[in-house]
Design a protein around this ligand. Structure first.
Ligand SMILES: NC(=O)c1ccc[n+]([C@@H]2O[C@H](COP(=O)([O-])OP(=O)(O)OC[C@H]3O[C@@H](n4cnc5c(N)ncnc54)[C@H](OP(=O)(O)O)[C@@H]3O)[C@@H](O)[C@H]2O)c1
Length: 257
């Protein structure tokens, strides 16, 4: 039986960083690297010690997910780590956002994440790690990042339930909720159409997020909030009403525009 790690979003950003860290910490027989861009996936594979397996696919396409399911069926694998890092966001008002972006965000951040998890669950073994990449945006509604924030609220709720359900099987599930991360492709793509939220003080580095969240999943923490801002927002969101948070966020947005 091959012991494998499965990482979506492995062509850049967090997914690429996770691949290197998982190789060191878990020494899987293979790391299945998933994203659409083959060349970038090959670069990720080249940064590993020969364990990377490039699987170019679009996780929002049914045909690709069917083919991936068949691959898992055909090969004798045990999944020791699943990291759902693929995701995208678009800054801007809900009204100004295109129908395509709206649907893409929901399909990628919610549907594909849940579908990939569902496909992989039968192969997860005792002690396996599952990291679901959400965001602090999921702690409260966020005007001008409304659809994205709603998708991450879904990831948080779904992952908390999964953590509870898989605990008895000894499978660790951690929902990772970072604040802005400056050294991935995410912010560039998110702010292509709008410069709302152009101010991102104390943005994190992807290595901080990866190191903190892997330490958290090791001890089976429900949530991982890397850095001071992420942790503070997690606790504030429990006591500050959403209406007040939205007013404050909007004030900052207007000052910094
Ligand atoms: N960066 C931040 O500020 C920040 C903050 C909080 C949370 N997050 C979350 O962190 C996660 C990772 O983002 P990142 O910062 O590492 O951004 P990133 O560098 O843009 O990475 C996103 C990854 O998703 C992949 N992807 C996009 N659409 C896909 C599709 N249809 N099928 C398969 N793969 C797809 C991309 O690869 P291809 O284009 O090659 O398909 C890429 O590898 C996301 O869930 C994001 O929401 C980011």
């Amino acid at each position: 039986m091959k012991r494998i790690a499965v990482i979506t979003g492995a062509s850049s950003g967090l997914g690429k960083e996770y691949a290197k860290a998982v190789e060191k910490q878990l020494a899987p027989d293979e790391i299945w690297l998933i994203a659409r861009r083959q060349q970038q996936l090959e670069e990720t594979a080249a940064s590993l010690q020969g364990k990377g397996r490039v699987i170019p696919m679009d996780i929002t396409r049914k045909e690709d997910m069917d083919a991936f399911t068949a691959m898992l069926d055909e090969e004798e694998v045990q999944i020791i780590c699943l990291i759902n890092a693929a995701g995208m966001g678009r800054i801007g008002s809900i009204a100004s956002q295109s129908r395509k972006d709206t649907v893409n965000m929901i399909q990628l951040n919610c549907t594909a994440l849940a579908e990939m998890t569902n496909i992989c669950i039968p192969y997860l073994i005792k002690g396996a790690w599952v990291l679901q990449i959400a965001s602090i945006a999921g702690f409260q509604p966020m005007p001008y990042l409304g659809v994205y924030a709603a998708t991450k609220a879904f990831v948080q709720s779904y992952s908390k339930a999964l953590h509870h359900e898989l605990k008895a099987d000894g499978i660790h599930v951690t929902c990772v909720c970072p604040y802005w991360i400056k050294d991935t492709e995410f912010i560039g793509i998110a702010s292509e159409e709008s410069k709302d939220y152009a101010w991102m003080p104390l943005a994190l580095k992807r290595s901080d997020v990866v190191n903190r969240s892997l330490a958290d999943v090791r001890v089976n923490r429900l949530m991982s909030t890397p850095g001071l801002i992420s942790s503070t927002e997690r606790y504030l969101s429990r006591i500050v009403p959403d209406t007040l948070t939205m007013k404050v966020l909007d004030r900052f947005r207007q000052i910094r525009k």
